[in-house]
Ligand binder design. Structure first.
Ligand SMILES: [Zn+2]
Length: 409
């Protein structure tokens, strides 16, 4: 790095410290070179040490060790000193909700919306999220404001909720109007409507938690009707299963993703694990969620332990794991604990896969999930190496989506 460039970089970082955000010139295309960091191109590749990574027009142009790409820098590129940093692909959170605290999204100010997006998602590295249930019109307006460039934020994919008849979960406000399907025809109709609205998938409550009353399950033929409509349009179906019956009905109906582990059941049965494997079902652990469902520490420990063993059982059979935390239903936004819990069942590279390559592959987002030439410049720049401690996945310095910084410390 020349002294002139170094000087510019220092001024740049001074301005960054001053304003607390990292904005590229609006008239530039967001071209930049991140120099001197350690890049993990994928969950399986060896790291590239002291790497230079070039981004042009929202795409990764090149990644290579050392400074050999120097003459390839676009003229407008800003050079970023990435020494001591670790660069991985942008994270997916495959289970969120724009629900708790997200009301009136069309009318709140852009800075307020951006601040909330940062607090819940982008400061934790998320560049793509799956909303598994909220008021669709409200979440669509958040998505629209992000995609129009008004507010920096993650890509939002949305699943429309369907509940079983008389299955209004106790933890949702009673006045909230929920779509309940009593028959396969109703489930099919609701699924069609959601997909017509531009939603990206369906979420079925195959088990609805009723507190002291028994869980209300969704019949398999209703599950199947919704799945048929979604799969007819190549869209995925998630299930909140709640208990064993809900899990078995979801699997029998051909659901793609289990949105939670089922810790109150203690474990998946060998038959469930075998069926999940055969059907290529994906599992979202949501282990931190189990710390919020009781006040009793002993109960919490048991639930987390059961969730970890369920995760471990499916993972060790080669099952697909997708990272997800249920934030936006819960207000525990910090991802550190989820990494610690997942680390009890999987290695750091497997956790990286659940955050990047697994969801990109599973949801067929072929330009995402890896730090390689021609891929989208969806990146997380970490302050420390997750290979040393999985908690370092939560130490995010910058989150970049399509070459634009959507969070900077
Ligand atoms: Zn949820």
């Amino acid at each position: 790095m020349s002294f002139r460039r170094l000087g510019l970089a220092l001024i740049f970082f001074f301005l960054l410290a001053l304003f607390g955000s990292w904005a590229f010139g609006a008239d530039e295309q967001g071209d930049f070179a991140c120099v001197g960091g350690k890049v993990y191109p994928s969950p399986t590749d060896a790291p590239i040490e002291n790497a230079t990574l070039l981004v042009h027009d929202g795409k990764i142009v090149a990644v290579a060790p050392g400074y050999r790409l120097k003459n390839k820098f676009p003229k407008s590129a800003v050079t970023i000193d990435c020494k001591g940093k670790v660069i991985v692909a942008g994270f997916w959170n495959s289970h969120v909700h724009f629900e708790t605290g997200w009301q009136d999204a069309a009318n709140i100010t852009a800075p307020a919306l951006e601040a909330h997006l940062q607090e819940m998602l982008t400061r934790w590295g998320f560049t793509t999220v799956w909303d598994l249930g909220s008021l669709p019109s409200n979440t669509l307006s958040i998505r629209q404001r992000i995609e129009a460039g008004e507010v920096p934020g993650p890509q939002i994919l949305m699943a429309g909720d369907i509940f079983p008849k008389n299955g209004h979960p106790v933890y949702l406000p009673p006045e909230m109007k929920l779509p309940e399907a009593a028959t396969p025809q109703q489930a099919a109709e609701m699924s069609k409507q959601y997909l017509q609205m531009g939603l990206d998938g369906i979420k079925l409550f195959t088990g609805a938690f009723m507190g002291s009353k028994p869980t209300v399950n969704m019949d398999t033929d209703i599950v199947k009707a919704a799945v048929d409509v979604a799969h007819g349009e190549a869209k995925p179906v998630f299930a909140h299963t709640q208990n064993r019956v809900g899990t078995d009905n979801a699997l029998a109906g051909g659901v793609d993703i289990l949105a939670h582990t089922i810790p109150t059941e203690g474990s998946f049965t060998p038959e469930e694990l075998a069926r999940m494997k055969t059907q290529h079902t994906a599992l979202i652990p949501t282990l931190t969620l189990w710390t919020t469902v009781s006040q009793n520490q002993q109960v919490i420990n048991q639930l987390v332990q059961a969730g970890v063993s369920e995760l471990k059982a499916y993972f060790s059979e080669g099952g697909t794991i997708l990272f997800g935390t249920d934030v936006g239903f819960t207000t525990k936004y910090d991802t550190d604990q989820e990494f610690e819990f997942m680390g009890r069942a999987m290695g750091w590279r497997d956790i990286l896969a659940s955050l990047t390559a697994n969801p990109s592959d599973y949801f067929k987002a072929s330009s995402k999930g890896r730090v390689e030439k021609d891929m989208d410049a969806d990146l997380v720049i970490l302050d420390a190496d997750p290979a040393i401690d999985v908690g370092n996945f939560a130490k995010v310095a910058y989150t970049i989506r399509g070459g634009k910084v959507i969070y900077g410390k």
